[in-house]
Design a protein around this ligand. Structure first.
Ligand SMILES: [Zn+2]
Length: 89
């Protein structure tokens, strides 16, 4: 899975997962917390897709992604929840 910046300025799109190229796009102008939250959400889409739930709904990804994000935040120091170094955003 490759994670790259989004140069799109569409205010309603924070992230996007393209399964055919195994790529997650993140909106470049998001603040750090929103980038992490969006990355977890997009990773949830990818996990569901790879688990065979190819027709999962946005609501499913939103619910699971939000819970996963909260679990990650509550079980670690939120200040240390960093984007991967190799992401270089
Ligand atoms: Zn989504």
């Amino acid at each position: 899975m490759k994670i790259v910046k989004v140069v799109d300025n569409d205010e309603y799109i924070w992230g996007l997962t393209v399964y055919s190229t195994n790529t997650i796009y993140l909106k470049e102008s998001l603040n750090h917390d929103r980038k992490i939250e969006t990355l977890v959400h997009e990773m949830t889409h990818a996990i569901l897709f790879e688990s065979g739930y190819k027709d999962h709904t946005e609501d499913m990804a939103r619910t699971i992604g939000k819970l996963l994000y909260l679990i990650l935040k509550e079980n670690g120091n939120p200040n240390t929840l960093e984007l991967p170094n190799w992401l270089n955003i």
